[in-house]
Design a protein around this ligand. Structure first.
Ligand code: AKG
Ligand code: FE2
Length: 286
């Protein structure tokens, strides 16, 4: 049947009255299955440069805190908060294809929760990421709309050889993790190329695949969420207006401030909270 449909170039239907009119196949895939692969606008050269920079940031980080100590908290081989160390990584946050897609998903405003480099080393499977998990850890409920999404920029090929991300389709729609038998029969591996974004609902169960090549596989994982999910590192603190000007020119100051979490910081007191709002109203009435 499948072969025939493909050959005919059309989808053959019976007694179907209603059909989704998909304006964006990426959006439809994300909503229905929990995951999609979206191309980015990065060139091969930019991707290679980003890969070098991820390695450099990790070198800096293991000088700050040694690998043994990182292992104590299960955080070795994760490059935490890349943009904090090198503002080039802001380009990933505001990459046009992705940011437009994230806007389409959330409709309203959203915040960058984190941006981490991930290494998948050959024959190494002790990290947390090799275990089935939700990126919104410890959450066991479902929501009718995405509350958080993860966008993983592939810096290498993601496939059955390199250990492409494995996921359980539609598992963001169920509170419980499925049976082992279900997992074994239904797990699916992402196929993506360098420069692609793997975008998934952060409640989708997934894990890093096993890398059978002799080279590490690199990616950069960003989480965006509705504003009531907390950043665990204040990302906006690290940039001067000057550093942000290129993104402000494209998207406006309010939007850039919101994405980096500046808009949602807790005020220190009721007085401060009120005064911030009053000053904002007075400013916009000028
Ligand atoms: O490396 C992968 O394939 C997935 C990474 C991941 O699950 C994560 O960063 O949370
Ligand atoms: Fe994950």
């Amino acid at each position: 049947m499948k072969v025939f449909e493909e050959f005919a170039g059309e989808v053959i239907k019976h007694a179907i009255q209603e059909q989704e009119s998909s304006s964006s196949i990426y959006y439809e895939e994300l909503i229905r299955t929990g995951v999609t692969v979206l191309p980015s606008g990065f060139t091969e050269e930019q991707i290679n440069r980003l890969k070098d920079k991820v390695k450099l940031v990790y070198q800096k980080q293991i000088l700050e805190i040694d690998q043994e100590s990182l292992a104590l908290i299960g955080d070795e081989n994760v490059v935490r908060s890349l943009l904090e160390y090198d503002s080039t990584f802001l380009d990933l946050v505001f990459e046009a294809n992705l940011i437009n897609f994230v806007q389409e998903i959330f409709k309203g405003l959203f915040v960058l929760i984190y941006q981490n480099g991930v290494f998948n080393y050959p024959e190494q499977n002790k990290q947390e990421l090799y275990k089935w998990h939700r990126d919104l850890n410890y959450q066991h409920w479902v929501a009718s709309k995405p509350l958080a999404i993860n966008a993983l920029l592939c810096l290498d090929h993601f496939d059955e050889h390199t250990g492409g991300t494995e996921f359980l389709p539609n598992s963001h729609m169920f509170e419980k993790f499925p049976s082992n038998q279900f997992v074994i029969r239904n797990k699916t591996q992402v196929k993506a190329k360098p420069g692609d974004w793997i975008v998934m609902n952060s409640m989708l169960f997934h894990k890093t695949g096993v890398n059978n090549t002799s080279n590490p596989r690199f990616g950069i994982n960003q989480m965006f969420a509705v504003p009531f999910v907390n950043q665990y590192i204040s990302l906006g603190n690290h940039f001067t207006h000057n550093k942000l000007s290129k993104y402000i020119d494209s998207y406006g100051e309010d939007f850039v401030g919101a994405v980096l979490g500046e808009t949602w910081k807790s005020a220190d007191s009721a007085y401060d909270w009120r005064m911030n709002k009053i000053n904002k109203v007075l400013g916009s009435n000028k």
